[in-house]
Design a protein around this ligand. Structure first.
Ligand code: NAD
Length: 321
């Protein structure tokens, strides 16, 4: 039986990946500060522990794993990473997790480790035009991410690549672009745009209004969780290191995203634009490289994923009432 370790298995992407690996027949160990919030973990073994602590890393990697996935990070949506208020925690905590877990895996002779980087590593100067952003993988340098979250991800990409070059580890690096879906954070300050907009629309009465940060003309693309897992596993099991974008090319403005959710909810709402953290003006995945190397591209439309996410968030709200 193959064995996998999922770091950050209590979080959104990690908890979904645990389910998928179990479905494939893996023995899975999860490690996180917390259990998944919305459904019980399906991991065979789950360590509650802080990966900033080296002894927790040694406890988690006390045996051979065929596949190690590193998702643990101090992260959230624009309201968490773009205000500047959490920069010290974001940089210190996530860098320490990556330094610890990668070194432990090397010392325990683990060969293959996946690292979840982010589209936030791309330089701001290529993302000023909302209609024409450049996020091709080779545009990452000269580096100028617009957040410390992006700088930490770039540092850690380099860390993993250095262990690959110097120690022969089989690292795999994906740059995720806005992953969303059911069982993701949807309130409390760390939620991302699709979940926040679904929540605002679900809570509003027909004919009412919702708040949008900024003018809503900033553009993004959003990838449904199932597609993210598919791309992740294909990269992990390929013979190619990356870094590579895993994202959608269906770019929309935040205003358009809100209109799509309103249509799903069958509600007409006024959009009130208020000051708020926005990030870069435009961002879209560039999927040429992943298609060239892995022959894969995501298939699901944004609307299909939004429908599933909206239904799930609406249910969360109803259960709280
Ligand atoms: P998430 O916040 O839901 O999951 C991260 C998990 O890491 C959380 O459960 C958290 O408790 C855990 N964690 C944080 N600090 C820890 C510590 N010291 N020790 C142990 N566990 C700790 O985030 P996610 O959306 O599932 O993202 C997973 C990874 O993918 C992250 O590294 C994130 O930066 C990256 N990523 C995500 C997206 C996205 O759109 N979701 C986009 C780009 C990159």
């Amino acid at each position: 039986m193959k064995r996998a370790l999922v770091c950050g298995a209590g979080g959104f992407i990690g908890s979904h990946l645990v389910k998928k690996l179990k479905h494939e027949g893996f023995w899975v160990r999860g490690v996180d500060l917390k259990y998944p919030e919305f459904s019980p973990t399906e991991a065979d073994d789950f360590i509650i522990g802080d990966l900033r602590n080296k002894s927790v890393c040694y406890r988690a990697v006390d045996q051979y794993f065929d596949e190690v996935y590193q998702f643990a990070a101090d992260m959230g949506g624009a309201g968490f990473v773009f205000t500047g208020e959490n920069d010290a925690d974001i940089m210190h905590n996530s860098a320490q997790i990556n330094l610890n877990i990668l070194d432990t895996c090397y010392k325990r002779n683990i060969k293959r480790i996946f690292y979840s980087s982010s589209a936030c590593i791309y330089p701001e100067y290529n993302q000023l035009d909302p209609d024409n952003p450049n996020c091709a993988e080779d545009s990452a340098y000269p580096a100028n991410p617009d957040s410390d979250y992006g700088w930490e991800k770039l540092f850690s990409e380099r860390l993993y690549l250095a262990f690959h070059r110097n120690y022969g580890m089989d690292v795999r690096i994906a740059r995720y672009h806005n992953i969303f879906g059911p069982e993701g954070c949807w309130r409390g300050g760390r939620e991302k745009a699709p979940a926040a907009i679904c929540r605002k629309v679900a809570e509003a009465c027909d004919g009412g209004e919702i708040e949008i940060w900024g003018d809503g003309k900033q553009t993004r693309s959003f990838l449904f969780i199932d597609e993210c897992l598919e791309g992740t596993l294909r990269l992990m099991r390929s013979d190619w290191t990356g870094p590579v974008n895993i994202g959608s090319v269906e770019m929309v403005s935040i205003n358009r995203l809100a209109d799509m959710v309103m249509k799903i909810a069958n509600k007409k709402l006024n959009k009130r634009h208020i000051p708020g953290p926005m990030g870069v003006r435009g961002r879209n995945s560039d999927n040429k490289l992943i298609f060239e190397k892995l022959g894969w591209k995501p298939k699901q439309s944004l609307e299909t994923g939004l429908q599933k996410t909206y239904i799930w968030i609406e249910k969360q709200i109803q259960e709280l009432r």
